[in-house]
Design a protein around this ligand. Structure first.
Ligand code: ADP
Length: 484
């Protein structure tokens, strides 16, 4: 069994105002690979959420008064520590979440890259001067931090979903409270330990660990001292939280569910498409909001693509994430397995054909890599976010049909397509109603690019120069009385 080089990174208590908070109640954190309990964390609740908000509010004046350079230097120190402890952080992540160690290392580097990016980008919060409509006035726009930011994050990227939000919030001069998913608290707490070591002042970054998601969620969405709320998770929960935020008219950003089409046109490079399909479908065992959810393949290349794709999927090695060369870990829980299996069985009952996998092992959280064809866009597997290692194939004839099928969903997060025709690339790129489009590319997210969705996939953008806007207020100063 692999162990941590720095055992002090294994923290089990909420981190509030620079201190670790004990509680008389505990929650077990288990490894989804084998159900083994890896830690017991202290269970905080609504009271601790209030305390974290009060601490973040108290820390706000001095944090927002720092120069962008000073904040940037602290973010960079945090980045350096995360990279220095990448192996330990990845191991903790794999133990609590299940993804292969190689992917976990990638997630740590990806999350840290947002700290690095925003340590610089925070220096570029420019304002504006606007030509005035009369001689005696001058019009100026400045940008200021919104204030205390509260957030709720999911278990599928226990490090990066926090880093992506906290980096932009802290760089903007905001202070931050996060309630991570109870399945994966250890990655969040290890980040807090490193924030502490980096010298991020008490109260600027707070982590509240608790299993009462609705109770803590109410505080974070309704407390009057929270200026902005940011969420990553399902559309269903996002709608509840949005409604709660309405009571105090908070600024919100929502990264919600997706239903990504992956389109392969007749003129595509089929080998590249297969490679992109594997990357976009099976990362994190299919448990990401940007995972390909529907494979739309043009008739002329359907057989060729399907044969090559099934062979590549069959070669994926499944197992415990810490074992060598594993490419496919377990799903997060038995419930997750049940949901994925139900979608597969319903599709088969409605006429889909099974090309690979599809057989559940009742005793574990593992679900086999599965490929279905003869799927239609109306089947539940195409209409819902699968969140598992299942690839449904739908055939189409024309470009117009592909665009209509792709857009026929309430979601609008990521889409992918493969074509080598420059005219088609522009037409389809512009016609897809999705916030992010991978063109001849299955892996699209990085700190320099805006991550976010349209339609019911949410609002706001994370990463890139646009990512600061969600944490800044625009203030207009009108100076009058300047003479005739
Ligand atoms: P997922 O399918 O990724 O678990 P969820 O939307 O269910 O997506 O969960 C995302 C995050 O939201 C998790 O941290 C979860 O604990 C939290 N959550 C779920 N329901 C609520 C709720 N009613 N109020 C606040 N947080 C919630």
């Amino acid at each position: 069994m692999k162990s941590l080089q720095d055992p002090a990174l294994m923290k089990t208590q909420s981190y509030i105002n620079g201190c670790w908070h004990s509680s008389s109640e505990h929650v077990a954190v288990s490894n989804p690979s084998d159900g083994h309990v890896i830690a017991r964390v202290d269970n905080a609740g609504a009271d601790e959420a209030v305390l974290a908000i009060v601490s973040a509010k108290a820390a706000l004046p001095s944090w927002s008064a720092k120069s962008a350079n000073e904040r940037g230097a602290l973010l960079l120190a945090w980045f350096d520590l995360i990279i220095a402890h990448q192996d330990d952080l990845a191991l903790l992540l794999t133990l609590e979440q299940g993804k292969p160690l190689k992917e976990a290392k990638g997630e740590i580097a990806y999350g840290a890259s947002f700290l690095q990016w925003f340590s610089e980008e925070g220096k570029r919060v420019y304002g504006d001067t606007i030509p005035a409509p009369s001689h005696d006035k001058r019009l100026v726009v400045i940008k200021q931090p919104v204030g205390v930011v509260a957030s709720i994050t999911p278990w599928n990227f226990p490090n990066a979903m926090i880093a992506r939000k906290a980096a932009a919030a802290l760089a903007s001069g905001c202070t931050f409270v996060v309630r991570p998913a109870i399945e994966t608290p250890l990655s969040a707490l290890a980040m807090a330990e490193l924030a502490d070591r980096a010298g991020i002042p008490a109260g600027v970054f707070n982590v509240v660990i608790g299993d009462d998601a609705p109770g803590i969620g109410r505080v974070l969405t309704e407390h009057p001292d929270v200026a902005k709320f940011t969420f990553t998770g399902s559309t269903a929960v996002g709608k509840i939280l949005l409604t709660q935020c309405a009571s105090t008219v908070k600024k919100v950003s929502m990264e919600l569910g997706g239903n990504a089409p992956f389109i392969v046109f007749d003129d595509a490079d089929i080998d590249a498409a297969v490679q992109g399909a594997i990357a976009s479908k099976f990362r994190n065992a299919g448990q990401t909001c940007v995972c390909s959810n529907r494979f739309l393949i043009q008739q002329g290349v359907a057989q060729q693509f399907t044969d090559k794709f099934v062979a590549a999927v069959a070669a994926l090695k499944s197992g415990d994430g810490v074992a060598d060369d594993v490419e496919l870990g377990p799903l997060i829980s038995a419930n997750a397995v049940t949901n994925v299996d139900r979608l597969v069985q319903d599709s088969l009952a409605q006429g889909a054909s099974l090309l690979l996998g599809g057989e559940r092992n009742n005793d574990s959280n593992f679900y086999p890599a599965t490929v279905l064809n003869n799927v239609t866009n109306e089947m539940p597997i195409a209409a819902n976010e699968i969140f598992g290692p299942v690839a449904p194939i739908i055939e189409f004839e024309t470009e117009a049909q592909a665009i209509a099928l792709a857009n026929d969903t309430e979601y609008g997060l990521a889409a992918y397509f493969y074509s080598r025709d420059i005219g088609r690339v522009w037409r389809v790129g512009e016609a897809l109603e999705f916030g992010m489009v991978g063109i001849n590319e299955g892996s699209i997210s990085n700190a320099a690019a805006p991550f976010g969705g349209m339609k019911q996939s949410g609002n706001g953008r994370e990463g890139s120069k646009y990512g600061l806007d969600d944490y800044l207020e625009i203030k207009y100063l009108c100076m009058g009385g300047l003479g005739d």
